[in-house]
Design a protein around this ligand. Structure first.
Ligand code: HEM
Ligand SMILES: *[C@@H]1O[C@H](CO)[C@@H](O)[C@H](O)[C@H]1NC(C)=O
Ligand SMILES: *[C@@H]1O[C@H](CO)[C@@H](O)[C@H](O)[C@H]1NC(C)=O
Length: 546
């Protein structure tokens, strides 16, 4: 009897949830019925596999360029999503109405489980407090202090590469070297910790754990959607205990990775704290001489007002968060720049002349390095056309409206100047779309032309308030959750490029390089191979031939 009651209650509950979801989806569909977009592959799975798989590059480009700045696509069970690259709509999402468009629950809670409560795992007031304490460590003033650390690492990278090309010219996987360099740069500049001497093959437990994180995350797509519920399963120690019994290789690897990152971060943190307690002498003897972000945070925490202080756990969580956010993004961008310079030997030569003339390969100050025009143009143009992440997601947490910079034409032919968005609708920030639309950037918008940054930008770009923190681009997005490390990344790239171009030239091999769609895009040789790599011919440069 009791069992019958149980099943019938469950049936009623199921029906109610189903009906509620159905009404929700119908409301969202009605609101967006007039918006055009590519047809979904199926009702059940919508456009998810077209949009989110390794081969999605073409689909993502079509979505960015072949539709109006607002396009509709579908997630599961016919639920519509919006792809947005209109500047005014983006401004509304990122800045004006930012509280209505938080990151998806599954994003926040997956990050929480992996990194702890760092920047990418918090919302609202906690996030604001963390940013406030972290901001000074990413200020231009601080960049001025850490440029010598960057040069130090870049020179080790150069020496490491030298040993690879004993014959004067050699094919080298530059992605691997850029990954090692990016990890070491955030290690020394961010944590005051050295992961990798950049000499030969070395292994570091923390570094290995970080590298294994992404490949293991993509193995458990369903688990990731369940994280908002997992996180409510009681305290961390209990969740860890439960996870031990999940019979899944991916989950077990992730548990090991998260534990390793946490214990390694904790050990580094304790060392920094001890050095600060011992006084200036001990601080100066560490890697980075106490100029790293973590030492700054510990000092800032001690001197800020009581309400703005952060518990130790949140500072420790920032460490893996920063390292993770800093490495693949920067290393893949560097690999992309080197590939493009190999494709455009004339630009490579001009850029080499610029950096050698300025002695940028030895050691410049922040301001000197930042002012090299072609170096700046090459970085900007590559980040414009090849943002490592071509989109990110937000979810409307209430019914609201997105006004458009310019009206679009609806499916029925009428003009639309604002779009109603129903609570629960996923909104995709069209980073690539906004960076490279012809109606904003001009007819040559899809071409790689670093010179465009040496002249005034088109008025359409500058007069629209594109809400990007960097160069009217959405690559690092904007607003409260913009990339905190964009200057850090830009300067890393400028130092590494200056040093490498001073002593090497880069040429293409005949291997076909393919860029694969992912949260951070990565290159492989051909479509079938799984190993991320960027083979290029590296040749010693020994001065201009006379
Ligand atoms: C080319 C290099 C990089 C690109 C394109 C990039 C891009 C981005 C983007 C698009 C976001 C927003 C993600 C979201 O809201 O879902 C972000 C956030 C973040 N980035 Fe970067 N990033 C780069 C390098 C770096 C570096 C070098 C660091 C650290 C030194 C860093 C640290 C962070 C952090 C901590 C966040 C989270 C900020 C917050 O939520 O408050 N990034 N980045
Ligand atoms: C920040 O200060 C608070 C209050 O003094 C202290 O409890 C906390 O441990 C400090 N956090 C760090 C990371 O030093
Ligand atoms: C790199 O190039 C500079 C400038 O041409 C030169 O002075 C230096 O010796 C080179 N470095 C190495 C390690 O060959």
């Amino acid at each position: 009897m009791a069992l019958m009651q149980f099943w019938s209650s469950l049936l009623i509950l199921g029906t109610v949830v189903f009906a509620w979801k159905y009404l929700e989806i119908r409301k969202a569909r009605n609101a967006l019925h007039n918006i055009a977009g590519p047809p979904p592959a199926s009702f059940l799975k919508g456009s998810i596999s077209q949009f989110f798989s390794r081969d999605s590059t073409d689909f993502q480009r079509r979505l960015a360029f072949d539709y109006a700045p607002i396009a509709k696509l579908y997630s599961m069970f016919g639920r519509p999503m919006l792809y947005v690259s209109d500047p005014k709509a983006l401004y509304t999402i990122m800045i004006k109405d930012e509280p209505s468009f938080p990151e998806p629950d599954s994003f926040i809670s997956t990050n929480h489980l992996i990194f702890g409560r760092g920047l990418v795992a918090t919302l609202g007031e906690t996030h604001r407090k963390q940013r406030k304490l972290l901001n000074p460590a990413f200020s231009i003033n601080h960049m001025r202090h850490i440029i010598p650390i960057f040069y130090n690492v870049a020179h080790k990278l150069r020496n490491g590469l030298m040993k690879q090309i004993v014959g004067g010219t050699e094919e080298v996987d530059l992605l691997e070297w850029m990954s090692r360099a990016a990890l070491e740069l955030i290690g020394q500049g961010g944590l005051g910790y050295s992961f990798d001497p950049l000499v030969e093959d070395t292994h570091n437990e923390y570094g290995d754990a970080l590298r294994a994180l992404f490949p293991n995350l993509v193995k458990i797509p369903i688990m990731r959607l369940m994280t908002p519920y997992l996180i409510r399963l009681g305290p961390a120690a209990f969740r860890r205990f439960v996870l031990k019994f999940v019979p899944d290789g991916g989950v077990q690897s992730l548990r090991y990775i998260a534990d390793t990152m946490d214990s390694q971060s904790r050990a580094i943190f304790e060392k920094k704290k001890a050095a600060l307690l011992q006084g200036e002498e001990a601080v100066l003897q560490q890697v980075g001489e106490g100029k790293d972000i973590i030492s700054i945070l510990i000092r800032a925490n001690a001197s800020t007002s009581e309400v703005d202080r952060l518990p130790e756990d949140q500072i420790i969580a920032q460490m893996s968060t920063l390292v993770f956010a800093a490495t693949d993004t920067t290393s893949n961008t560097l690999a992309r720049i080197l590939q493009i310079l190999a494709e455009f030997p004339d630009v490579q030569e001009k850029l080499r002349a610029e950096v050698i003339d300025a002695h940028a390969g030895e050691s410049l100050t922040y301001d000197e390095l930042d002012q090299l025009p072609l170096l700046d143009g090459v970085c900007r143009e590559t980040l414009r056309l090849n943002p490592p992440g071509v989109f990110i997601s937000r979810v409307a947490n209430r019914d609201t409206i997105l006004p458009l910079a310019e009206p679009i034409i609806g499916v029925d032919g009428s003009l639309i100047s604002e779009i109603p968005v129903v609570k629960g609708t996923e909104v995709i920030i069209g980073i690539l779309g906004c960076n490279a639309r012809k109606d904003l950037w001009g007819e040559d918008a899809h071409e790689w032309k670093p010179e465009r940054w040496l002249a005034p930008l088109p008025e359409k770009v500058t007069k629209n308030t594109i809400p990007g923190v960097y160069a009217n681009l959405m690559t690092f997005i904007g607003g409260k959750r913009a990339c905190i490390g964009f200057k850090f990344s830009e300067m890393e790239m400028k130092v590494v490029l200056s040093v490498l171009l001073t002593n090497f030239t880069f040429e293409l091999t005949d291997k076909p390089i393919v860029w694969n769609a992912a949260a951070v895009r990565y290159p492989t040789v051909g479509r079938m191979d799984n190993k991320p790599q960027m083979p290029l011919k590296v040749r010693l440069y020994e001065g201009a031939k006379v």
